[in-house]
Ligand binder design. Sequence first.
Ligand SMILES: Cc1ncc(COP(=O)(O)O)c(C=O)c1O
Length: 375
Amino acid sequence: MDDVKFIDLTKTVALVEEQSYEAWREVLSSKGFIHGKNTAQVEQKLAARLGVRHAICCANGTDALVMGLMAAGIGKDDWVAVPNLTFWASAEAPAILGCNIVLIDVGADLHLDFDALKAAAKAHPLKACVLANLFGWASTALADIRAFCTTEGIALIEDGAQSFGVAVDGRPVYANAQVSTLSFYPAKVIGGCMDGGAVMTNDDELAKRLRSIANHGRAEHYSYAHVGMNSRMAELNAAYLTRLLDHADTILDGRREAFAAYQARLSDVPGLTFHGVPAGQTGNGYLTMLTHDTLSGDDMVAKLKARGIFCGRVYPETMDMQPPGKAWTRFGDLSRSRALSRALFSLPLYYGIEPAAVQHVCDTLIDVLKTEGNA
Ligand SMILES: Cc1ncc(COP(=O)(O)O)c(C=O)c1O
């Protein structure tokens, strides 16, 4: 069999390619390059689909986090809790604003540890927490963390860059968040043809502020209520995205099927742990997250690459290991996130991956482990 790529966007793009050419021609002839009807459509479709009152499009998922923090009144020297195992932007956003970052370890669900968060809130005057719902599911302590943050007056910004399509107790994960964010980085479940993002909230005032912040803090033409930023979605991207959103269920079904096929084959392989979607949640099939008892993530990636299978490492280093992160406050020894970052690896998974390719990846992985004398 041919090599298997980690991500291949060919079939995703094919869903909307022809229609996009038409739509781009229309945008070019209208000259409405920002704040056009396609962006408005994306916002309407997101709000309806994600069960929120407001979705505000912006330039990327990192800006979405910065804007969410700014709208919640978080700024320089404020204390913000961030999980130690996440994509860099979850920590980068409060760092951009000059916040004091407290790195929190993760729990067995690979997400921010609730007990550690509670203890950190006693030790530091936390004003905000960035909770990243990662890998294609959500924190198992989501309801508890939301309730705790509300009671303690901690702004909770939910980084939902990876969680389009994730549901908790039958509701989209974004629906009950104070503020949540999305990234339309091309490789996401719903990815744009260029960078893009969105911030979601049910709070009308917050939504107004977010819309202003995304557009230089503008109140009216040439008058400014806030110091904001320039974070607007390109209409050409929105023209592609609004069409792709119409295929969201097809994309999610394809990803979930591939994820389920991997899980069925790999759940009982000795030495291997397939980290599944927690009970009560619907995953989106974004990533498979695996660890092996003795082989590291780097070992697994190298061995599979030698057999033509390209895997990912999400994430090979924790926040505290990055040079800027060394100056941040560490809560506890962060040992679980560090151990996981050494061990985690992810198998090829994308919309349109052939079932035969999934089986080939599983066969090869099992064979690699046998050869190693580990299975
Ligand atoms: C968890 C998480 N947060 C934030 C981001 C940042 O999004 P973007 O690349 O659109 O800025 C990403 C993706 O890249 C992500 O995976």
